[in-house]
Structures are given as C-alpha cells and as structure tokens.
Design a protein around this ligand. Structure first.
Ligand code: UDP
Length: 403
C-alpha cells in the first residue's frame, strides 16, 4: 500500500500540503461510506483506495456494504437503468421489494457516524436513520434524463439528505438540497494503474492467452447492455476488412449487477466464430487489467450511457488512444481529436478506430494529451481534496469553504 507522500512525485508537494490542511480541520469527525458491492464497478474501485488514504490523512473513515438478495438487486439494476433514462418505471411490487430490503439494512446498520456518505440508489433509504448527523447522497449515474416516476420515488429520499453530489454539471437536477459537482478519479499508484515493466505485462497476457501479434482493440467493462459490448463487436467488424486486428472484450461481474451472465451470452453469440475476437469473463484481477490496457493498441468505451467511465481515465493515464461515446461523463475526459476520439454511432466508432490504427503518430499524440488531462483533473488526490471540502462545507452555511 502506497503512502500519501508517494503521490508528491506525480501531483507535486503543494497538492499534498493542501490535503493535510483540510484533513486537520476534519479532526474528530468520522465518515462512513456505504455502497452495494465490495468489488466490481467504479464505486468499489474508488472506495478501495480512497478510504485508506483518508484514514492515513487522519480523517477517520470506514466503508460498509449493504446486504441484498437477488430480487433486491434485480430491482436496483432496474432503478440504475431508469436513472439512465431506460426501461419501464418501477411497479408497486418492485418498490415493496426495495423498501423491505432497505428496512433490513436500516435495522442492521448503525449509521451514526458524523457524516454518512451514501453511494448510488441501492442504499438510499438508509436516510430514514438520519439524526443530528450529516448525510450525503452521491449519485454516480448520469441522472440528466431519468424515468420520471422512478426519479420521483427516489426524490422522497434524496430530498432528506443534506447534500447531493453529481459527477458532471450535465447531471445536476433541480433539488431542494445543496448540490456539489465532483468528478470521480483514478489512483495512479494502485495495482491497476501503476507503471508496469514489459516483462510483467507479457506474463499477464500469457496467463489469459492474449496474443499480441496483431493490433489489439480492447474494451474492459462489466457485461452490461449500457456498455454496448455488441456495438463494439459491430464496430470491430467494420474495421477488420481494412486493418487486420484483434478485439478483446474483458469483463467481470458485480454482486449488484444480476444481468451480467445474460449479457455475456449475448456477446458470445454476437462474436460468432471469429477467432480474432476474445471474450474474457475474468475474475477481479487489477494487475491483469493494467497489463491488458497497456498492451492494447486502442481502448474503447462505447457506452450508450455512462456515469463517468473510469476505464477511460485508466486508459488515458497509460497514454493510450481511446475511442469512446460522447455520453455521460466521457466528454469530461476526452476532447475530440485532442485527448482521444469521441463517437456517436457504430460507424463513427469504426471510423475513429481506423484513423487510430492507421496513424500511430496521431494515436501517440492523443494518448500523450490524454495522460496530461488526467494528471490535471482526474487523479485521486484532487478527488479527496474536493470530498474533504464538501465535508467541511456541511458545517458552514455558505457553499464554498476557504482555508
Ligand atoms: N473493471 C475491472 N474488471 C472488469 C471490468 C471492469 O477491474 O472485468 C474495472 C474497470 O477497470 C474500472 C471499473 O471496474 O476501474 C469500472 O468503472 P467504470 O466507471 O468504467 O464503470 P462502472 O462499472 O462503474 O459502470
């Protein structure tokens, strides 16, 4: 585990000094983060590194995961899709399942820390336990155009929080509580993002049988329709007649995502018999993800909806050219033709892939610009600083805290 001072070489000592000042002002406060899965997906990815670093800075923090049965996670996946604007609204039976499971967690969790930091809709009803302490609801999803009824249902809970946090200015909603815009981040020193020698990269690729004799197009994502893995295959098929390349779709599952296996089978079917399409249903293996991203010629994130898309920052940090959809939080990370290529369709994705595969110098320039953009905007140190300012602001009337 890296020490907070190890980040000085990447972000500069002044950034760390700011963190220490803010942390000092939070002495005596305890923060509890709550989400719905310990591994898989971006929220778990962030908390795994953020919670230990907050503690190291002296901000006492812990992380708790709610419990849920299969029918609860079926409902919460539907809520997730509804916030993204897709699917039918919740029906009465689904609301009852959601509330019943919520009640179980309310009865089994103390929720008495000074600041309760609730991530995403799954644990949202814990707000029923609010006393004198402060409560934050952190929305990691693109809530710009939610299914109305489901959003109204959630509003019954959101409105009771002290503050809401969204990842992008585009997602903010009209709410009676204070709102903060804080982008997610990646940890440059984590197992997934640390530097890696070619020998080690090779070892991981061999373990997963990934050959590198052809240019490699990769998308790493949970098998989720909103990540559009089938669209990735279609884009690859349009490129393949012009550039002999290989496609890798690597993904895992998360306990709070029950659709993974169904979508995985859809992807296998779409891939057909093409031997240059590799579909990997892999366990959580951060060093392998790191190696795969580094070994790829181009990284894709062809999501139809996307809260932020940590995979984009992860790839840019490794100076990789990225082709990604112009949705959700992705345009915060990519400026078209400067730090990657944005696309709006399968044809657009195929065009961008060909452009990158045929122009290695251009690809390298996109990757280089992308890395600097991530360094300046999407590293964990900036994220921790903004969260600490948010915590402090809860004890002040004004929205902005100066220190
Ligand atoms: N991820 C992983 N293994 C997988 C699929 C995804 O480690 O098989 C990681 C990925 O590297 C990223 C996170 O899970 O760190 C996904 O975050 P993102 O914001 O891209 O999407 P989410 O899953 O939260 O919608």
């Amino acid at each position: 585990m890296k020490n907070i001072n190890d980040y000085a070489g990447i972000v500069g000592q002044a950034v760390l000094d700011d963190l220490k000042i803010a942390a000092e002002k939070l002495k005596g406060k305890k923060i509890t983060h709550v989400n719905s899965t310990p591994v898989g997906g971006g929220v778990a990815e962030i908390l795994t590194r953020m919670v230990p670093l907050l503690n190291e800075l002296g901000v006492v923090s812990d992380w708790q995961v709610i419990k849920g049965n299969n029918s609860f996670f079926d409902v919460t996946k539907k809520i997730h899709n509804n916030i993204h604007g897709s699917g039918e609204p919740l029906n009465k039976k689904e609301m009852d399942i959601f509330l019943e499971n919520g009640l179980y967690n309310e009865q089994n969790m103390a929720c008495d820390s000074d600041i309760m930091f609730i991530h995403d809709p799954q644990p949202i009803t814990l707000i029923n336990k609010k006393k004198e302490n402060k409560w934050i609801w952190r929305c990691h999803v693109d809530a710009s155009n939610p299914v109305f009824f489901t959003w109204q249902f959630l509003r019954g809970y959101i409105d009771k929080y002290d503050a809401a946090v969204f990842s992008s200015p585009f997602f903010s909603r009209e709410l009676p509580i204070r709102q903060f815009l804080i982008s997610p981040s990646i940890d440059p020193l984590s197992e997934k993002n640390r530097d890696m020698e070619p020998e080690e990269i090779k070892k991981h690729l061999e373990k997963y049988n990934i050959p590198v004799d052809k240019p490699l197009i990769t998308q790493i994502s949970r098998f989720d329709r909103l990540k559009d893995p089938v669209g990735v295959i279609q884009a690859y098929k349009k490129v393949k007649p012009y550039v002999d390349c290989r496609l890798l779709l690597a993904g895992g599952t998360a306990v709070d995502d029950p659709e993974g296996n169904i979508v995985y089978n859809e992807v296998l079917e779409a891939a057909g018999k093409d031997k240059d399409i590799i579909i990997l249903n892999m366990p959580q293996d951060d060093s392998a993800v790191n190696a795969i991203q580094r070994a790829s010629t181009v990284i894709m994130q062809k999501s139809l909806k996307e809260g932020f898309g940590l995979t984009v920052s992860e790839a840019l940090w490794k100076s990789k050219p990225v082709v990604a959809s112009n949705v959700g939080g992705i345009p915060l990370q990519i400026t078209h033709k400067y730090s990657g290529m944005l696309c709006h369709s399968i044809d657009g994705a195929a065009f961008a892939l060909k452009m990158i595969l045929n122009n290695p110098d251009y690809a390298a320039k996109l990757g280089k610009n992308g890395r600097e953009h991530v360094r300046n905007n999407f590293l964990l140190t900036r994220h921790i600083k903004e969260y600490m300012l948010l915590f402090l602001s809860l004890y002040h009337k004004e929205d902005i805290v100066f220190f």
